[in-house]
Structures are given as structure tokens and as C-alpha cells.
Design a protein around this ligand. Structure first.
Ligand code: 5GP
Length: 374
């Protein structure tokens, strides 16, 4: 295990495995270019080590040059690719082979394709040491791929985390903290808020209630809050991307938390997938989904009682309550089945004394903790 800046990383791909993959790629390219003198273009900075290893083994005539592009800041692609060093001008009529370190969203590839389409090159190929097929959304088919990896943030073998780690001869991935990340579901009145308060104290979790996050961002006029409000004002749904960005900010600002309770999100399968992606990009995951369950009749009684005290009009009207329940059933069922398929869904009986329900919940969480340390 190694530490770079504030993060821990664990070994992921051994140097020998990388060497083997590079050897294979060299053979593939050699076979395709045996009668030619291609020009290899190394994409700086990250591809320097791959390019060096690749070219040392490439024992046929070739030229070598460099371009420099940049799109990453910290952990995620900014989506904007800057050109810091242009391609050489004398490449017309030549066969160009790009040597890339890693292909993630495909923004850089798109930029490279556009950049080289301005020259009349004979052939254009891309060879990438690492490739994240789950994240790649480009149209260009990568010609030579070294090692396919899942959506993880990796360092080493030329790749950095804020400039550290490029010199490592093997690849590391972010170490998953021993966290507990939960998604809490429950109909209105199921006691989600009450139970989340207990759980966050007991396990040092951060309770991320999407409703609160929205209200906070809008009230404080943050960039994302203002953006969200522009949709709400038009009577439109806030796009998932915006919500995910807000949740991302909450997660990044909670470095002390030992896990998260997501509440009010996800509400659709697409959102559940987006949340998984967010977690995975941070070396984290959702461990369990807890559905606090109670019969509608019990919940209606509870809400009517609550309505008498709070004065909330939507808690005083039985028909309105039933409508909210129907909406919950309709919207939540596919999300629950998404988690059920992953074996992460825990249905917890939400009827009884508050402490008894807490005990049932902590039972679920403790069993996850135990499984983690095995
Ligand atoms: P894309 O434009 O395909 O989204 O991203 C490509 C660039 O992002 C790469 O050249 C690399 O600099 C950076 N990148 C993508 N994924 C990772 C990763 O897992 N670790 C590191 N250190 N950089 C990455």
C-alpha cells in the first residue's frame, strides 16, 4: 500500500502483466507496419513510460514525436482538453500511431482524431496502454489496447494523482476505505429521518438527504444550486447530472465521514447506476440498501398523528397520503429490484418501538462490517 498526497492506493496491476501486454501490442503493430516507417506520437505526460517501453521493443524503422494534451484535474476528467504541444508539421503522407497511456471518457481521443484529421496522413491508429470500456463514450474504435480496466482511478506507470506516482513501475488503484455506504428507502412516515439520525451518530456517517442538499445549494446560491433552480423555475425536473454533481460535492466535502447514508436518491434505475458510477470513481461502493417497511395503514395512522402536531397539510389528508404511497410504490419498485439483483437489498420491519427498529438496522449494518473484515 502506498500514500500519494491524502489518498491510499493498493497494488492493482503488476509490472510483469504490463510488460506482457506491451510485448503483445508491439507484435500487433509490427505485423501491421512491417513494410513502412510509421511515426509514433507519444501523448504527454502520462504516456512517456508506455512509449519508452513500447519503442525499446519496436525493432523496425520508425520515427518518434510528441504531443501534449491535458484534461484531468485530480480525480475526474474535466471534459475540456487543452493542447499544450502541437503535433509535428511534417507528418503529411505518414502513418501515424498515437501512443496513449489511458482512455477514459474518450474526450482526449476525440480531440486527437480532430487534430490529426487536419493533416493528410496516410493512416491513423491509436494504441492505448489502458482502456476503460465502461466509461468510454467515443465513436472511434481503439486500434490497439493493452489492458482493459473497470472504472477505477489508477496511478503508476506514467499516470499520476496530482503529479505524484508517475514513476511507479506498476499500477495502483485507490484503496477502498472500510466504509459503510447505505441507501435508505421508506415511504413517508416510515421513520427514515429518525433512524438516519441514530445511524449517523453510531457509525460516524454523513446523512445526505437530497432534499436538504438541494435546499442548501439553492439558498446559498451556489453554481449548481442556481442551475438546479433554473430548471425548477421552469417547472422541469433537475437533470440527474446536476444532482449527481451536488452529491459529488457533498461526498468530497465529507472526508471525515466513515460512510454515507443516501436518502431521497436514487429514485430511478438510471440514478442508481449513476450513483454506482460516482462511488466507483472514488474507489467506494454502495454496501447496502435498506428499505424500512410498514403497512400502509400503520403509516397512515402515524402521518395523521404527525399532521396534528406539525400542521403539515399533506400529512392531514388521507387521500393525499395514499397518493404519495402509490407514487412511492411505482417509482421505487424498479430501484429496489436493481439493488435486489445485486444482493444488496435488506427489507427491515419498520413497525414497533423506535429502539427496536434501530436494533434491526444496526443488525444489518454490523453484519456488513463483519463481512468486510473477513
Ligand atoms: P479521457 O479524455 O479519455 O476522459 O481521459 C484521458 C486522460 O485522462 C488520460 O490521458 C489521463 O491523463 C487521464 N486519466 C483517465 N483516467 C485516469 C486514471 O484512472 N488515472 C489517472 N491518473 N489519469 C487518468
Amino acid at each position: 500500500m502506498i500514500r500519494l498526497h491524502d489518498k491510499l492506493f493498493e497494488p492493482f496491476i503488476a509490472a510483469s502483466e504490463i510488460e506482457e501486454a506491451v510485448g503483445r501490442m508491439v507484435e500487433e503493430v509490427k505485423a501491421d507496419f512491417k513494410d513502412e516507417t510509421p511515426i509514433f506520437i507519444c501523448v504527454l505526460n502520462g504516456a512517456f513510460m508506455f512509449a519508452s517501453d513500447f519503442l525499446k521493443r519496436y525493432d523496425q524503422p520508425c520515427e518518434v514525436s510528441f504531443v501534449k494534451l491535458s484534461s484531468y484535474r485530480g480525480f475526474s476528467s474535466t471534459g475540456i482538453v487543452e493542447t499544450l504541444l502541437d503535433p509535428p508539421e511534417d507528418i503529411e503522407g505518414k502513418s501515424v500511431i498515437i501512443l496513449e497511456d489511458i482512455i477514459d471518457t474518450g474526450n482526449t481521443v476525440k480531440e486527437l482524431v480532430a487534430m490529426f484529421s487536419e493533416f493528410k496522413v496516410k493512416q491513423f491508429k491509436i494504441a492505448s496502454m489502458f482502456y476503460k470500456p465502461d466509461v468510454y463514450s467515443g465513436e472511434y474504435n481503439i486500434d490497439y489496447v493493452g489492458i482493459k480496466i473497470p472504472n477505477r482511478f489508477i496511478v503508476g506507470y506514467g499516470l499520476d494523482y496530482d503529479e505524484l506516482g508517475r514513476n511507479l513501475p506498476e499500477v495502483y488503484q485507490i484503496k477502498e476505505k472500510d466504509m459503510i455506504n447505505l441507501v435508505l428507502f421508506g415511504k413517508p412516515g416510515a421513520g427514515k429521518g429518525t433512524q438516519a439520525n441514530f445511524l449517523k451518530e453510531k457509525y460516524n456517517l454523513k446523512h445526505i438527504s437530497t432534499g436538504d442538499v438541494f435546499r442548501y445549494n439553492i439558498k446559498n446560491g451556489t453554481e449548481l444550486g442556481t442551475l438546479a433552480k433554473s430548471y425548477i423555475d421552469k417547472g422541469e425536473l433537475v437533470p440527474d447530472e446536476v444532482t449527481i454533481k451536488m452529491l459529488n460535492a457533498e461526498v468530497e466535502n465529507s472526508t471525515e465521514a466513515e460512510g454515507f447514508i443516501f436518502d431521497g436518491f436514487p429514485r430511478t434505475k438510471a440514478q442508481a447506476k449513476a450513483l454506482d458510477d460516482l462511488m466507483e470513481s472514488k474507489g467506494m461502493k454502495i454496501h447496502a440498501t435498506i428499505a424500512l417497511e410498514a403497512d400502509d395503514e400503520v403509516l397512515i395512522e402515524r402521518l395523521l398523528e404527525r399532521g396534528k402536531v406539525s400542521g403539515r397539510s399533506d400529512d392531514q389528508d388521507k387521500e393525499k397520503i395514499k397518493k404519495r404511497f402509490a407514487e412511492y410504490n411505482e417509482k421505487t419498485a424498479p430501484v429496489l429490484s436493481y439493488y435486489e439483483e445485486q444482493g444488496k437489498l435488506h427489507r427491515v420491519n419498520g413497525v414497533g418501538e423506535i429502539e427496536d427498529i434501530t436494533k434491526r438496522l444496526t443488525g444489518v449494518i454490523d453484519s456488513i462490517h463483519q463481512n468486510q473484515s473477513v
